[in-house]
Design a protein around this ligand. Structure first.
Ligand code: 13P
Length: 250
């Protein structure tokens, strides 16, 4: 089974529109003609428009870092799926651990957001992963099972066609600690198993599961050589054009 890898940048709360322009000016030539992998950059909302303009006609797609599932309405501060689509976004990150940790995002909200994204035709990247205490208490498998089960609830395989998942062990995010390729692989296998239960074996065989957590130019190759790892979701190291290009072209 060959799954095209998805190399995604999550800029989190970094960069303004001018800095976004500067990034694309330097980044696009570095990855021009690179067709082996799919490349996505997810900047903050206010940079999306500039990013989409700059990346137009290139091999780089643009995604958002979150969305709200309602079609429109009185939801101050929120952005709905059609707004993202209308400006040219194709991808969206859902349920990042920072949203779960700092903004009270629950498994149910993740499920609603996933349904909203799929309904609109966006490619969702749903994040799952355990915190350090859970890993130390041997709860990793339970946590991943629960997060997948609840995220995928009441979604058909047909609807879920564009789904991608990112395994991001929270203890590896921004800490410089990377999961070993073997440890990540084991988690990916478990997630694939949950996807098989929810959507069937064929679907699970095609599902892309990315790894995220301190991915760097130095460790990306070992991670990507694992059969189970279908790409990367990169935080800190995606802010610099040279470093993200090196990751993409591992
Ligand atoms: P870092 O690459 O900075 O560890 O962040 C990972 C992440 O959270 C990507 O979504």
């Amino acid at each position: 089974m060959t799954r095209k890898k998805l190399m995604a940048a999550n800029w989190k709360m970094y960069k303004n529109p001018d800095q976004t322009r500067a990034f694309f000016r330097d980044f696009l030539p570095l990855v021009a003609g690179h067709t082996r992998d799919e490349i996505v950059v997810c900047p903050p909302y206010i940079d999306l428009y500039v990013a989409i303009e700059d990346a137009k006609g290139s091999n780089v797609a643009i995604g958002a870092q979150d969305l709200y599932w309602e079609k429109e309405g009185a939801y101050t501060g929120e952005i709905c799926p059609s707004m993202l689509l209308d400006i040219g976004c194709t991808h969206v990150i859902i349920g990042h651990s920072e949203r779960r940790q700092y903004f009270g995002e629950t498994d149910d909200l993740v499920n609603f957001k996933l349904k909203g994204a799929l309904e609109a035709g966006l490619t969702p990247i749903v994040c799952v992963g355990e915190v350090l205490e859970e890993r130390e208490a041997n709860l990793t498998e339970d946590v991943l099972r629960r997060q997948c089960l609840r995220a995928f609830h009441a979604i058909s395989a047909k609807k879920a066609a564009k789904l991608a998942v990112a395994y991001e062990p929270v203890w590896a995010i921004g800490t410089g600690k990377t999961a070993t390729p073997q440890l990540a692989s084991a988690a990916h296998l478990l997630i694939r198993g949950e996807a098989a239960k929810a959507f069937g074996q064929d679907f699970a065989g095609n599902l892309r599961i990315l790894y995220g957590g301190s991915v760097k130019p130095e460790n990306v190759k070992a991670l990507m050589s694992e059969e189970e790892i279908d790409g990367a979701l990169v935080g800190g190291a995606s802010l610099d054009p040279k470093s993200f290009a090196a990751i993409v072209k591992y």
